[in-house]
Design a binder for this molecule. Structure first.
Ligand code: UGA
Length: 445
């Protein structure tokens, strides 16, 4: 099929490259001309494992092209995917859907033949129905232009896998009048469906809600285990062993029960807030008040990390801190609402001398936190440090040799913000090890 993907963020580029890789002719569209020229050269302007190579390969094959022209995309495609961002509004919990609105306002009047638009972005429930009505007014082809919702569930760091081998595909359509969208979706995803992927057809509102409810559930799971970690700390229990034991219960599962610095990124934090805001608008605000607590538990992890650092060092004034990790999670260079950078920033504001290293997120970190010091390696970040903080669980940090690191620091103190280190190895190498919610004997200071 001929597909246009609107919005070349990490979701859009991944979707475009993956759709090309399963046999479609794809055009990636973005209003940012710099981004388009980078992509045309086969270069992805952010880090996502495997995506650079896949994009370059698809560009070379001619199956993937990029343009800044909506006219060109409208002439080219029969199916469109909307993949623009829906960030948190400034000073409010609600999502800012202006980028989606402007896609519809720009593209709508150009649609003069049958087409299907699939929304992929995470939106407040009711957005799709509103866009559908607007599209009817704008598109010269009128009812021959359908709008469906096909929410995205991909994780950064696993984006290609999650697109080509998703746990499920969900397509929401209007209750009346979207006969073609499901057929088109089946055709587009035929190779994905052939491998047995569940295909869920529902209405627009349910499809919008599936996505945001999934993220709210994941956020709740993380905050649940972090709340339990606080109790473990108080009771002298071990949250990692507890999570392993819980995870054997198939109703619970072990995934997303890693206690530590909590969730960040461009999705979970803003999505739970937007969900609360939308429920409030709908008069169902009581239903989601628990998400306030989920948010509060999560944000508390960041201040607690700063407090523990102060407690371990006696003060923060003039203390040298080596911070390992800046991305919101490993295998990503994304620093949007990164817990790691938040902690690094708080420590510096409270008088510590902070040196940060991340394998991929240095450039992005410098842009949003130019006043922090950045080092060129983990060793360099920890040189002379009074304490080392591991704040993003990159493989490189898990594999650090505590004996080699001991040679460069001033004090052998490590705060494992992601409970990701082999603590016995660090203790054996003479380090004071501190995890989150870990048993004091193994986390002895
Ligand atoms: C999340 C969802 O997992 C995706 O399904 C969804 O499609 C995506 O948001 C989105 O809405 O676009 P992502 O933000 O890439 O994906 O990252 P996650 O893997 O969900 O991690 C989010 C945060 O939770 C990270 O900061 C991570 O460190 C933290 N986390 C995760 C924990 O603190 N503990 C865990 O056990 C798991």
């Amino acid at each position: 099929m001929r597909i246009a993907v609107l919005g070349m963020g990490y979701l859009g580029v991944t979707h475009a490259a993956c759709m090309a890789s399963i046999g479609h002719e794809v055009m990636g569209v973005d209003v940012d001309v710099d981004k388009i020229s980078q992509l045309r050269a086969g270069h992805v302007p952010f880090f996502e494992p495997g995506l650079d190579a896949l994009t370059a390969r698809m560009v070379q094959s001619g199956d993937l092209r990029f343009t800044a022209s909506y006219e060109e995309a409208a002439r080219f495609a029969d199916a469109f995917f909307i993949a623009v961002g829906t960030p948190q509004k400034r000073g409010e919990f609600a999502a800012d859907v202006s980028a989606i609105d402007s896609v519809i306002e720009t593209l709508g009047p150009m649609l003069d033949r049958p087409a299907v638009l699939f929304g992929k972005s995470t939106v407040p429930v009711g957005t799709a129905e509103r866009l559908r009505s607007r599209l009817k007014e704008l598109a010269p082809a009128g009812p021959d232009v359908e709008l469906a919702w096909n929410p995205e569930f991909l994780r950064e760091g696993h984006a290609i896998h999650d697109t080509l081998e998703p746990d499920r595909l969900v397509v929401g359509t209007a209750q009346q009048g979207a006969p073609g969208a499901i057929t088109v979706a089946r055709e587009i995803y035929s190779s994905v469906l052939a491998s047995g992927t569940p295909f869920i057809v529902t209405d627009l509102a349910t499809s919008e809600l599936v996505k945001i409810a999934a993220n709210a559930f994941l956020a709740t799971k993380i905050s649940f285990i972090n709340a339990i970690a606080e109790v473990c700390e108080a009771a002298g229990a071990d949250v990692v062993e507890l999570a392993d034991a819980l995870g054997h219960d198939r109703r619970i599962g072990r995934a997303f029960l890693n206690a530590g610095l909590g969730f960040g990124g461009g999705c979970l934090p803003k999505d739970i807030r937007a969900f609360m805001a939308r429920a409030g608008e709908l008069g169902a605000d009581q239903a989601l008040t628990f998400l306030r607590e989920v948010d509060a538990i999560n944000m508390r992890r960041r201040t607690q990390m700063v407090d523990i650092t102060r407690q371990l060092c006696g003060t923060l004034l003039g203390v040298r801190v080596g911070v390992l990790g800046a991305a919101f999670k490993p295998d990503s260079d994304d620093v949007r609402d990164s817990p790691a950078l938040n902690v690094a920033g708080q420590l510096q504001l409270q008088g510590a001398a902070v040196s940060v290293y991340d394998p991929k997120a240095m450039d992005n970190s410098r842009k949003i936190f130019p006043t922090l010091s950045y080092a060129s390696s983990a060793m360099a970040a920890c040189a002379g440090a009074d304490i080392v903080l591991v704040l993003t669980e990159w493989e490189e940090f898990r594999e650090l040799n505590p004996r080699e690191l001991a040679a460069v620091v001033s004090h052998r103190r490590v705060l494992d913000g992601r409970n990701c280190l082999d603590h016995q190895r660090w203790i054996d190498a003479g380090w004071q090890y501190r995890g989150f919610g870990r048993r004091p004997s193994s986390a002895a200071m």
